[in-house]
Design a protein around this ligand. Structure first.
Ligand SMILES: Cc1cc2nc3c(=O)[nH]c(=O)nc-3n(C[C@H](O)[C@H](O)[C@H](O)COP(=O)(O)O)c2cc1C
Ligand code: SF4
Ligand code: SF4
Length: 410
């Protein structure tokens, strides 16, 4: 079994059940604890418990890691049942008493809606941080991830300045780790990571979710509404780009990035791009405890099967790809082109459908006697290999791509 512990934060694994209906109040936190994640974030109080999760299009696609629509914040908004900071602290105490002691409890401090509403929100946030520290939270989380926070920033305040100011303010009143959740939309995410780091954040959580207008063509009859919280599996490559870019720039701040994790593959991608931890958000809401358990077990199996002994080995492994030299890029391009150019259609498997000739823009495929023949005009672009329905066009591209890394011991 691979060692999934995140030593820096003394966590049993890198999974953080993120703030959502699955972490609203002690009851739901304890239910989420059944998956035995590294940490759970108790959702903020006093702002309602609304927010369901709508999965559009093909509901199975999202769980298979294929691109799919996911929009949260649907359903009837209801009260969250926690009226005061004192009650919120009672939930913390109850969770700490009943939850396995090796699962960390991060507690959400403040809410961005406090800011445009005015009043002495800074004093409230400081008081929350002090009381939650005393109540036994293992870490405090500040959330600046909601796309609305960044979008609102342009109108009401400077987003990066807000992140810096609030992080520094909370850092100054607690000895606990301060986890700062950040948007990747409506702001410069790298700059926001740098500012949170400057202010003393213990970790940052770039989180890919957007404001969006998504709808089915028969929109009258289906759910989803324009606005915040659009995610889905397509979020992961975008958050991976932010993580990898930050690492390339030498920013070493630990991360708990999130967005689009509906199976172990996207969790692994976020970790391999250089994040130490990974959020489980909508998947816990719409997939439940069983789905969370499966993702953790699947990551473990993936690591065993691929020789990743621990999180140090897995974390950032794909940065070798992100940062590959121009020389490796050239070798890979040439290798793949050569593999495609050299492979000939297998006459035994060719059924003469002509799809390959249809996508060849170099006139390199002749159809003779209902069989495809590749000529010297082939440049090795690979289009025809993608459309061949029988495997008559087949090339060992995997070896061609891996070779430049393998020969350098990467
Ligand atoms: C229904 C729902 C409600 C959410 N509510 C909050 C919230 O109150 N505060 C917050 O910081 N993030 C909230 N989030 C965002 C998650 O904590 C998490 O960062 C995000 O869902 C990760 O992306 P993913 O859903 O694609 O995994 C919510 C997400 C969902 C799906
Ligand atoms: S690899 Fe590209 S150029 Fe070569 S035959 Fe196929 S489609 Fe044509
Ligand atoms: S697409 Fe495949 S099966 Fe169809 S003609 Fe081309 S090589 Fe033959």
């Amino acid at each position: 079994m691979a060692d999934l512990t995140v030593k820096q934060f003394n966590m049993i694994n890198p999974f953080v059940v993120a703030s959502s209906p699955a972490t609203q109040g002690a009851e739901n936190v304890l239910k989420s604890a059944r998956i035995r994640p590294g940490a759970i974030v108790l959702r903020n109080f006093g702002h309602g418990a609304g927010g369901g999760s709508y999965i559009g299009g093909d509901p199975n696609a999202i769980y298979q890691g294929r691109p799919a629509v996911h929009s949260h914040a649907v359903g009837t908004p209801i009260d969250d049942g926690i009226a005061s900071l004192e009650q919120y602290c009672e939930h913390v105490l109850r969770i700490k008493k009943q939850m396995d002691s090796d699962i960390k409890l991060w507690v959400s401090v403040g809410h961005y809606n406090d800011i445009p509403q005015g009043g002495d929100w800074q004093a409230q946030w400081v008081r929350q941080a002090r009381e939650l520290t005393l109540a036994g939270a293992d870490a405090l989380e500040l959330h600046f991830n909601t796309p609305g926070v960044a979008a609102l920033g342009g109108r009401n305040f400077d987003y990066e300045q807000l992140v810096y100011h609030c992080t520094k303010m909370i850092r100054g009143v607690t000895h606990l780790p301060v986890m700062v959740k950040l948007a990747v939309e409506g702001c410069d995410p790298i700059r926001a990571i740098e500012r949170a780091t400057d202010a003393g954040a213990s970790a940052v959580g770039p989180t890919a979710r957007w404001k969006a207008f998504t709808f089915d063509l028969n929109w009258r009859e289906t759910q989803a509404r324009p606005g915040g919280g659009y995610g889905g599996t397509q979020a992961t490559p975008i958050v991976c780009q932010v993580i990898a870019e930050a690492r390339r720039l030498g920013i070493a701040t630990p991360m708990f990035a999130g967005g689009g994790v509906f199976g172990y593959e996207n969790a692994a991608r976020i970790l391999m791009a250089g994040s130490q931890m990974v959020q489980l958000g909508a998947v816990m809401c719409s997939g439940g405890v069983g789905m969370g358990q499966r993702i953790i077990a699947d990551l473990n199996r993936f690591m065993d099967e691929n020789g990743y002994a621990d999180m140090d080995a897995l974390c950032g492994d794909a940065l070798k790809l992100y940062n590959m030299s121009a020389e490796i890029t050239r070798e890979r391009t040439e290798n793949v082109g050569r593999a495609y150019r050299q492979a000939q259609p297998d006459p035994e498997k060719c059924i003469g459908c002509g799809r390959c000739a249809d996508v060849c823009w170099h006139g390199a495929l002749d159809m003779q006697d209902k069989k495809a023949h590749k000529t010297d005009a082939c440049i090795g672009c690979g289009y025809c290999f993608q459309v061949c329905p029988t495997g008559a066009l087949c090339a060992d591209v995997k070896t061609a791509l891996a070779e430049p890394f393998v020969k350098r011991g990467l």
